[in-house]
Write a protein of this length. Structure first.
Length: 103
């Protein structure tokens, strides 16, 4: 490997049309940001590695934020459902008391 070889030269990005370049870059971005990193496309120089590391850390941060927001939404939905269940149980309890106490 040459010391100055970069991603674009190594993977012959200049030799392909724009559609294939877009697909490759999108694929690389999604595998990196999702922290899957399959390794078939990878940074070749130190500067690319540093940028890739920052990119992957931001991906992990964004993923954590989205999961936390999703979990919060689920908790709120369950709280709404629980209060509805509680009100149904309370209503059932009060109706039972009315029945046994002669209204």
């Amino acid at each position: 490997m040459e010391e100055n070889e970069n991603f674009i030269d190594y993977f012959d990005v200049y030799e392909e049309n724009n559609i294939f370049v877009t697909v490759k870059m999108t694929y690389f971005a999604f595998t990196s940001i999702s922290t899957v990193g399959l390794g078939d496309y990878h940074p070749r120089s130190n500067s690319e590695r540093i940028i890739g590391a920052v990119f992957m850390m931001s991906g992990a941060s964004v993923t954590s934020y989205v999961i936390e927001a999703f979990t919060s939404m689920i908790d709120k939905i369950q709280a709404l459902h629980k209060s509805h269940e509680d009100s149904n149980q309370l209503s059932f309890f009060l109706k039972t008391l009315e029945k046994f106490n002669g209204d």
